[in-house]
Design a protein around this ligand. Structure first.
Ligand code: AMP
Length: 299
């Protein structure tokens, strides 16, 4: 005879491992309200999809801190300043769902654009010069779009904690600033950069790299690691020049910027800077890649 309690336990077990997929704010909210009512903590991992092990590492971190993990997949149009880039952004939802099921993520939020945006919405957040430095300079309006969508997603999911990758270092600084400015009750966690065995930082955009591009792209991680190994705060300008040369000399690679920056403000670092990060962006073939490494933390 099957015991009713066993059945209940089994149902609860199944429920806890089946990925629940929501495409509307309302259905997600109804579900998460129940989780909150039963005092479950919610961890959130926002993504653009085309999931790889970098994304999965955030989910794994979130699982350690939260009872319920929500991953969102939303290719946010407002953060793409180049319509062609938006159009060719990889979309692999079936494989993404499979991966999320494999790692036992609880919830996927995968809304259509009109679920997130009304027509003619306007958004502007004062994030100071962080929005016009480095990535911001090369991608005007990008961080307004990022803050716009993350603000909306935080309001929909209402997570206790949200997990972001160090890979998008500037994005983390900007979201931290937004959360502080708007007093949003969410803890932000920065997770380490996941890399391929050869050092290339994992990225959804790596799908677009040819085998040759991939080989040339390794100059980015090689260079920032070389700078880390040879770091000397009295030689910042020389190291920057050397790094620019190393990347500039690599065939098929067009350097956008290499900067050794203050890890809090992203202004160029000098001898007295306490936290220093080396950040790089370059076009490899047709694909724009970014990477970074912390050189000095809290000297
Ligand atoms: P994306 O889908 O590119 O917007 O990325 C979603 C989140 O995953 C962001 O917080 C990224 O910083 C993070 N992420 C992307 N690539 C990596 C990586 N290689 N290692 C760790 N986190 C990553």
């Amino acid at each position: 005879m099957v015991n009713v309690n066993d059945l209940y336990n089994f149902a609860e077990f199944c429920n806890s491992i089946v990925l629940k997929i929501f495409t509307t704010k309302k259905s997600l909210d109804e579900y998460l309200s129940q989780s909150r009512a039963s005092h479950k903590t919610i961890g959130f991992v926002p993504t653009l999809g085309a999931l790889h092990h970098g994304h999965i590492s955030l989910i794994t971190q979130a699982q350690q801190y939260s009872d319920e993990v929500v991953c969102s997949i939303f290719v946010n149009p407002s953060q793409f300043n180049d319509p062609k880039d938006l159009e060719k952004y990889p979309r692999t939802i079936e494989a993404d769902i499979e991966l999320l099921e494999q790692v036992k993520c609880n919830v996927l939020f995968n809304p259509p654009v009109n679920e997130i945006y009304d027509d003619n919405e306007h958004w502007h957040l004062n994030i100071g010069d962080l929005e016009s430095l480095l990535e911001g300079r090369s991608r005007p309006g990008h961080y307004q779009g990022v803050t716009q969508v993350v603000y909306k997603l935080f309001n929909i999911v209402k997570p206790d904690a949200a997990f972001f990758g160090q890979k998008d270092y500037q994005q983390f600084l900007i979201i931290s600033k937004m959360v502080e400015q708007l007093n949003m009750p969410v803890k932000l966690v920065m997770c380490p950069i996941m890399r391929e065995a050869d050092g290339l930082a994992m990225s959804s955009r790596n799908i677009h790299l040819t085998a040759d591009d991939h080989k040339h792209a390794l100059i980015l991680s090689k260079t920032i690691n070389w700078v880390k190994d040879n770091f000397d705060n009295s030689r910042i300008p020389q190291l920057k020049k050397e790094a620019e040369l190393m990347i500039g000399n690599e065939p098929g690679v067009e350097l956008d910027y290499f900067e050794m920056a203050d890890g809090d403000t992203l202004h160029p670092a000098d001898q007295n800077t306490k936290n220093i990060v080396a950040l790089v962006a370059a076009k490899v073939g047709k694909t724009r890649l970014i990477d970074n490494v912390v050189l000095v933390h809290g000297r």
